[in-house]
Design a protein around this ligand. Structure first.
Ligand code: FES
Length: 169
């Protein structure tokens, strides 16, 4: 191979240099944009978060509705979302926190709502009924028990986590 063939021409050198510098600059500009575009996907979802909702000493065997708010991050938009739960102590003294969202079509259930629904949760939309432990009453529209919130007690306060399907009834 001759020495002449191995030399890089001035034109080739300029091409390589400009391509390299141009590529480097393009990567420098695109990297922050790509990072910004996928950033929400990379953020932890916060599903393990617990929110303080009540004093344990105030919870009785009678279900009461507690209202609270969670911070919801939707891509770059952060908002406060109102939530609620039916909370009571069961016969063992354990705290139960049930979702008020009916498993039929998503209406809100009430404790002992209306006549003839004593000691049950009642959904007014289509007369859905649930037992106190959240189990759906057969023969009424809901086909699954009310979801149950994960609970945590710390320093006499009740904290609620995410609502999960109720597998205990
Ligand atoms: S939405 Fe509750 S019974 Fe239909």
């Amino acid at each position: 191979m001759s020495e002449r063939k191995q030399q890089v021409s001035r034109r080739q050198f300029l091409n390589y240099t400009l391509t390299g510098v141009g590529g480097f600059m393009a990567a420098g500009m695109l990297a922050p944009m790509v990072r910004m575009a996928v950033d929400p996907v990379l953020q932890p979802k916060g599903e393990g978060e617990f929110i303080q909702v009540a004093d344990v000493s105030e919870i009785t065997t009678e279900p009461v509705r507690v209202n609270y708010k969670i911070e919801q991050v939707d891509a770059w938009y952060t908002s406060e979302v109102p939530k609620s739960a039916w909370v009571y102590k069961n016969e063992n003294g354990d705290i139960v926190a049930l979702s008020p969202i009916c498993k039929h079509l998503g209406c809100v259930v009430n404790w002992e709502g209306g006549e003839g629904h004593e000691n049950r949760f009642y959904c007014p939309c289509h007369d859905g009924l649930y037992e106190k432990n959240g189990a759906n009453v057969p023969g009424t529209p809901p086909l699954a028990p009310l979801d149950q919130f994960k609970t945590k007690i710390k320093d006499g306060k009740l904290y609620l986590g995410e609502a999960v399907p109720n597998t205990e009834v």
